[in-house]
Design a protein around this ligand. Structure first.
Ligand code: ADP
Length: 176
């Protein structure tokens, strides 16, 4: 499923982010930049220890911010590590922090001249963000950014499992 935003493409696929051939993958990291489970574990397993070594040198990443390392053995040249919010009640700044995590990742891509990147669904695993709400924030934020930044040619959401894919597909239809 694809839409055009100006000259850029916004795409939704169901699959495994570690296998993508975009220039960068975005990782759902934690503030300590220590290897966790979920998509973080999968990216580090597939990319090898170099990613974690570089992340360790950077040190920390506050919620809503992003940092970049190389991609180790991945097809992608870079991994952008961002930290989405832990979901509490939806009224503790979660939507703003989630939007910030997407936006700051995109800003790093623009600054590095990265033209294509793949995102997982940030915060909707262990961090507990309801996926329908997270999908609206994710797609709205990426759409707004692409409308202003034609230098990014492709943003692909790689959704793990059918329920997450369906939630994003519904949200994309809703926001048009
Ligand atoms: P968070 O801590 O931000 O919630 P998780 O890694 O627990 O991060 O989950 C974020 C999303 O990533 C979830 O939808 C989870 O199903 C998904 N996910 C897990 N493994 C992969 C993978 N290999 N590729 C893409 N998405 C994945």
């Amino acid at each position: 499923m694809q839409v055009k935003i100006g000259h850029s493409v916004l795409e939704l696929v169901e699959g495994d982010i570690t296998q993508q051939d975009t220039e960068a993958l975005v990782n759902a990291a934690n503030e300590q930049l220590r290897v966790g489970g979920g998509v973080d574990g999968a990216i580090n397993r597939a990319g090898g220890p170099k990613i974690q070594e570089e992340a360790h040198k950077i040190g920390r990443c506050p919620t809503g911010q992003a940092v970049i390392t190389t991609g180790g053995n991945l097809k992608a040249r870079y991994v952008i590590h961002t930290v989405g919010p832990i979901y509490r009640d939806g009224h503790s700044g979660e939507p703003e922090l989630l939007a910030s995590a997407y936006r700051e990742s995109l800003k790093i891509a623009s600054a590095q001249g990265i033209k294509s990147l793949a995102f997982p669904s940030l915060s909707t695993g262990v961090y507990g963000y309801p996926v329908a709400d997270a999908a609206r924030v994710a797609l709205g934020t990426v759409k707004d950014y692409l409308a202003q930044h034609p230098e990014i040619e492709l943003v692909r959401f790689v959704l793990f499992g059918k329920p997450t894919f369906e939630a994003f597909a519904a949200a994309l239809q809703e926001i048009g």
